[in-house]
Design a protein. Sequence first.
Length: 318
Amino acid sequence: MTAKKVLAVGWSQTGQLDALLDSVLAPLEQSSQIVVTRVPLRPVEPFPFPWSFWRFFDTFPETVHEDPAPIDESALPEDGDYDLVILAWQVWFLSPAMPITAFLQSERGRRLVRGRRVMTLIGCRNMWLMAQETFKQRLRELDARLVDNVVLTDSSHSAATFISTPAWMLTGRRGPFLGGLVPAAGIEAGEIRAASRFGEAIARQLPERADDDDSPMLRGLGAVKINERLIASERIAHRSFRLWGALLRRVGRPGSPQRRLVLALYVVFLVTMIITVVPVTAIIKRLIAPLMRGRTARQRAYYAAPSGEAGEAGNNNT
Ligand SMILES: Cc1cc2nc3c(=O)[nH]c(=O)nc-3n(C[C@H](O)[C@H](O)[C@H](O)COP(=O)(O)O)c2cc1C
């Protein structure tokens, strides 16, 4: 039997997503039936870390309107008939981060993904549903076949990560913050280690797979967790990001003084919205939960697809 070819593409600023990809890929790299090609994305101009306050927020209009800073395309393989392409990315402003968007827009990236079996691997704070919807649309446009989606998030309370994630991005320190009141930012090390179970399941199943079998390999393994209370907030915030992003792009180029002025207004609006809309929609959602049970269950199953949450039936992981 010829070895199956896996391409893994990713980029990480703090090393978090790299560690997650290491964990998932380790069992594949140990398999004699699988050959892994790992390609780190290289932004032409590196993104700053830690971020300055203005640069951080000024990145949002182009991120949500999928107009990314370019990556070095010459660092990508020209082609290759991969049996599985693993795309590892993080969420920026409820959208796929710029480097992976630049990859999907590049000529070589499109060639590598077009028509291929794809698995997405997301590491972020906790809001990824709308970003994955955008990503799914881009994959459909390339006739790519999304077979699995794994998402690891920060397991602390939303209110804590609302402080710790920006603090991490803007200072470069993970925390804990405020004398231990706010736990350290990021995905727990134990969860990253445990992500090797996804690699093990792929290493078991991929070599036996028929070329036209696009069923998920990771069902029943808890590939994603859906926080149903965030669904409405994500939808509202995503719409608002698109509107404000369009306005800011009309006002000026990134870094221009007039844009900074509107950006300052926007940041006030954003923080107000997060501390009002998110809890209020969560409370409303909780109050009307009994009436919405059927709809919520359908939404949950939709966003959890294709790999599903822990406890969802999985019959192909043997
Ligand atoms: C500009 C920017 C915007 C972000 N926006 C979000 C977001 O909307 N939702 C989310 O869950 N995480 C968000 N994050 C956190 C990232 O998804 C990710 O967890 C973090 O950047 C660490 O990833 P890395 O070090 O592997 O690159 C954002 C990070 C940055 C730098």
